[in-house]
Design a protein around this ligand. Structure first.
Ligand code: NI
Ligand code: MN
Length: 234
C-alpha cells in the first residue's frame, strides 16, 4: 500500500513498497506532530532546507536509525560533519533512488542552521539554497514546495511535470500566504493541493477553509489533512 501521511507543519511521510521516506521531519517542538522519536522507522529523510522547523531531530535520528538524508550539498556537508550519511544534490538536479526519483527545484526563501554558542549567542551555519522537491514515486508525482515565496517559474514546473499532489505552504509571514498559494496552485496545475506550514505557531495562523474555498473556486481539488491523516495512492 502506498501512502502519504501528514504529521503537521511541513512534515510528510511517504510509504512506498518497503520504503519509508520523511520530508522535513520536524518532530520535537512541532505541536502538531504525534510521532514519537523512539518509534521512528525510516529509510530516507528529504530536507528542503536547513531551518530548524524542517531539519528537526535529523542529526540524532539519522545516526541512531541509520537513515540516509537527501538535500542540498551544503546542508548535507554540514550533516556529514555530524556523522550523518547523506546524498547531496543541487537545484535542477535529479537522481534515481531505490524508492523513486527526486529532483530539487527552486524555492525563494533562506537556509541556515541556527545554534547557540558557548556565550549563549545565536550563530548561523549557512546550508546552501533552500529547495522544493519533485518526487516521482510509484505512478505518482508529488511536489513539496518547502518554504517559499510565490514565483513565476512555478508555472514552468507545472508545465513540465504532471503533478498529482502539491504540498504548498499557506501560513504567510515566513512563506506564501493564502492568496499567493492559490496563484501557485494555478501555476502548478496540480490534481490535488494540500496546504502545509500553517497553524503550527501563532505567526502562521490562517483559515485553511478559506484556502480550500479559493482553490475550489479555480476548479481544483483541495484536501485539508489533519495531523495523522493519510492519502492512499497507486
Ligand atoms: Ni524556513
Ligand atoms: Mn519553515
Amino acid at each position: 500500500m502506498n501512502k502519504i501521511i501528514f504529521h503537521g507543519h511541513s512534515f510528510i511521510e511517504i510509504k512506498h513498497k518497503e520504503y519509508t521516506i520523511y520530508i522535513d521531519p520536524f518532530i520535537e517542538g512541532n505541536p502538531l506532530c504525534y510521532i514519537k522519536i523512539d518509534y521512528v522507522v525510516c529509510n530516507y529523510f528529504i530536507l528542503t532546507h536547513g531551518h530548524n522547523d524542517h531539519v528537526g531531530n535529523t542529526i540524532e535520528l539519522a545516526r541512531a536509525k541509520d537513515v540516509k538524508v537527501i538535500g542540498m550539498v551544503e546542508l548535507c556537508d554540514y550533516l556529514e560533519s555530524k556523522g550523518v550519511k547523506t546524498h547531496g544534490m543541487n537545484l535542477g538536479g535529479a537522481y534515481n533512488f531505490p524508492f523513486g526519483r527526486v529532483k530539487l527545484t527552486l524555492a525563494h526563501h533562506s537556509s541556515s542552521i541556527t545554534y547557540e554558542n558557548q556565550l549563549g549567542e545565536y550563530e548561523y551555519h549557512y546550508t546552501g539554497n533552500p529547495a522544493g522537491v519533485i518526487l516521482n514515486i510509484g505512478e505518482k508525482t508529488i511536489y513539496h514546495a518547502g518554504d517559499t515565496a510565490l514565483f513565476y517559474d512555478m508555472k514552468l514546473i507545472g508545465e513540465m511535470n504532471k503533478i498529482d499532489y502539491a504540498f504548498l505552504p499557506i501560513g504567510d509571514n515566513y512563506t506564501m500566504g493564502i492568496d499567493d498559494a492559490v496563484k501557485a496552485a494555478e501555476f502548478m496545475n496540480a490534481e490535488t493541493v494540500i496546504p502545509v506550514h500553517y497553524n503550527t505557531f501563532e505567526a502562521i495562523k490562517v483559515d485553511e477553509n478559506d484556502f480550500k474555498r479559493k482553490i475550489e473556486s479555480i476548479g481544483k481539488k483541495c484536501v485539508l489533512m489533519k495531523p495523522g491523516d493519510d492519502l492512499s495512492f497507486e
